[in-house]
Design a binder for this molecule. Sequence first.
Ligand SMILES: [Zn+2]
Length: 168
Amino acid sequence: MEERFMREALRLAKKAKNLGEVPIGAVVVVDGKIVGRGYNTRTRMQLATAHAEMRAIDGACKKLGSWRLPGAELYVTLEPCPMCMGAVLNARIDRVYFGAYEQKGRSLTAELANANLLNHTVEVMGGVMEAECAAVLTSFFTEMRAREKAKKTEQPLICAESIDSDEK
Ligand SMILES: [Zn+2]
């Protein structure tokens, strides 16, 4: 595990945040080099599969000209969902390092990693730079809730104005 790779995943997560996407970033590393980068673009692309991990794995496969990525490591800022763990297994990635834990506990990460699906098992290590990875997500959702609250408090004012003008 090398922190510099998680740092790069964090940089990508912040890029997603600046675009108004849930901030999740990922990199694929082979032989100590980044061969794929990705960040969540689900909203912009309106694509259910546009998770950071999928985009990083796609990039690595394209770069290396192979659907198999033996010896590869995936660094991702949030615990991967089952779809992304499926992609990890399909790409024969050896190790996954993730930052923040999925709080709702519906990731099935350990189960999928050890299920020997496709005759492949993945080594998973969670909680890498957990505080930093979680902070990016927390600040995104706090800001989003604040924006929504601001919107909601604006609403009655608009209604009040329109009632006023109707009465005139
Ligand atoms: Zn995913």
